[in-house]
Design a binder for this molecule. Structure first.
Ligand SMILES: *[C@@H]1O[C@H](CO)[C@@H](O)[C@H](O)[C@H]1NC(C)=O
Ligand SMILES: *[C@@H]1O[C@H](CO)[C@@H](O)[C@H](O)[C@H]1NC(C)=O
Ligand SMILES: *[C@@H]1O[C@H](CO)[C@@H](O)[C@H](O)[C@H]1NC(C)=O
Length: 471
């Protein structure tokens, strides 16, 4: 407990709350069920205190006293570890950080979203480290960069560190937003290449060389705020090869597989210190016909991706899965979305344990407020469902390593909301759910050294708090 509180360096009432939990849960073993109920009430109270509100904003704001060194996230077996302790992830996505950071008038939003995320204990942010050929492009044309935009990305990385948030940085888009593979193909055509499909991005040697040159530039960037080279920076949790790669022109999956093989080795050879993931949505493909039943629809097995085969590629450290029942199954909300979410997650956790031997991160999940039948309590239920499945895996030392909300927006950015934005100040109940999950995972991370897994602290009084099924 001391280690935990010291490391967290949080405000006093938080320490007191933790003490009360410990105290209460120790005594609750004697009084049985009613004690557990008291405990649960306490837990919810703590969660209330932890969550967003104007008065306790920044509960998780940490000072630097007694903190552990800020080191690289590593992987041991199917767990992430930092400083030899488990690192289970409660995180979020905010895709536009770099572009907002370019302009002084919008830069503050980057700090705001980090601050608000940190206030509910979120520790990982996935965002774009690319913008190819568009407005405020980072890469204006192949290997030509806008220094001001690069400084924007520098700011994002340095600011994340201030809030103790680590970044998963994606290196290109499959889709057209912010350029994507279509922009690379356009550049190729402009250079006189005979290209007929956007999927030529994956196969044409010149486009592969464009991609690699960009990777090389980004990974070797020296941050103008911190002077730390990106590939040496522990603030970066991992690189992502591409956001949601699909290669529908080759349903066998061979074309994409070969691209992943080449690029994974390339990234790891340039930067062996950071973890790498592909960015896949997680569809099962032709290599596992018995698994396609878990896909949300039959189209999913024809998009040229293959969850298990792709993730077995040398250099890939962990698996990614996205969860969008409202876009994959039906745009009308039903309980079937929750059932799908559970079985989709469970299947991927089991496969990551059995076949991949790596952690799996549910790197995007959310629901649009524009869906038919949507209400905020459904969104809360969906989030709780995802969190519970992660916790169920955590308690067993399984591969379920964490989840990243899609997506967190600070106040005043509603005009960009496509329906999926979560603004914490406007969603107190959601904030509570997020804060409780953060607390549970953080306590697990803090209390349990890696070699002391679930088994050895099975009788620990915190169990009731960490593993109580009701969120
Ligand atoms: C361009 O490529 C297509 C498909 O690979 C091929 O059919 C066509 O003949 C090529 N055109 C030229 C001018 O080389
Ligand atoms: C919220 O939406 C869900 C799913 O559409 C529905 O089952 C539930 O009754 C709704 N709850 C409220 C309070 O409207
Ligand atoms: C978590 O595990 C418990 C016990 O194994 C099970 O009853 C529950 O349904 C699981 N919850 C989810 C959301 O998978």
């Amino acid at each position: 407990m001391d280690t935990y509180v010291g490391k967290l360096g949080s405000k006093i009432f938080f320490s007191v709350a933790i003490f009360m939990i410990l105290f209460q849960s120790s005594s609750s073993t004697a009084v049985g069920v009613s004690g557990d109920e008291d405990l649960e009430t306490l837990v919810e109270n703590v969660a209330d205190h932890l969550s967003y509100s104007s008065s306790n904003y920044g509960v998780y704001e940490m000072d630097d006293l007694g903190n552990e060194p800020w080191t690289m996230v590593q992987k041991k077996g199917n767990q992430f570890v930092v400083n030899d302790k488990p690192f289970y992830v409660n995180g979020f996505n905010t895709y536009w950080l770099m572009v907002f950071a370019v302009d002084q008038s919008t830069r503050g939003k980057v700090s705001e979203v980090f601050q608000q995320a940190a206030s509910v204990g979120l520790t990982v942010c996935r965002t774009l480290a690319f913008n190819d050929g568009q407005w405020r492009a980072l890469q204006k044309s192949p290997s030509v960069y806008d220094e001001e935009v690069f400084k924007g990305l520098d700011f994002v990385v340095s600011e994340a560190r201030k809030y103790k948030i680590r970044l998963i940085l994606s290196l290109i888009n499959n889709w057209e937003g912010y350029g994507g593979k279509a922009q690379y193909v356009k550049w190729g055509k402009e250079a006189g290449l005979n290209l007929t499909s956007d999927d030529d991005f994956f196969s044409h040697p010149t486009l592969r060389s464009y991609y690699k040159a960009n990777v090389k530039t980004v990974l070797n960037r020296v941050n103008t705020f911190t002077s730390i080279t990106y590939k040496e920076d522990p603030t970066i949790f991992a690189w992502e090869l591409m956001n949601e790669p699909r290669c529908t022109s080759d349903p066998t999956g061979n074309k994409l597989q070969s691209w992943i093989q080449e690029m994974a080795v390339y990234v790891k050879s340039m930067d062996p210190k950071h973890l790498l993931e592909i960015g896949l949505e997680g569809f099962y493909g032709p290599s596992t016909p018995d698994k396609v039943q878990f896909n949300p629809n039959t189209y999913a097995q024809q998009v040229g991706t293959d969850f298990i085969r792709n993730h077995l590629v040398l250099g890939v450290d962990f698996a990614s899965v996205h969860i969008y029942p409202d876009s994959w199954i039906s745009q009308s909300i039903t309980d079937a979305h929750l059932d799908f979410t559970r079985s989709w997650m469970q299947a991927h956790i089991e496969d990551s344990e059995k076949y991949l031997g790596m952690p799996v991160v549910f790197a995007e999940f959310g629901v649009s407020s524009k869906d038919k039948g949507y209400n905020s309590s459904f969104r809360d239920t969906l989030i709780s469902t995802v969190y519970k499945v992660v916790l169920n895996s955590t308690r067993k030392g399984g591969s379920g390593a964490g989840s990243l909300l899609w997506q967190l927006f600070p106040d005043g950015t509603d005009y960009m909301d496509d329906g999926y934005a979560i603004v914490l100040s406007k969603s107190p109940s959601t904030s509570n759910i997020i804060a409780l999950q953060s607390t549970r995972l953080m306590m697990f991370n803090s209390m349990c050294a890696r070699n002391c897994r679930w088994i050895c602290h099975k009788k620990h009084p915190l169990d009731a708090f960490l593993f109580h099924d009701d969120l």
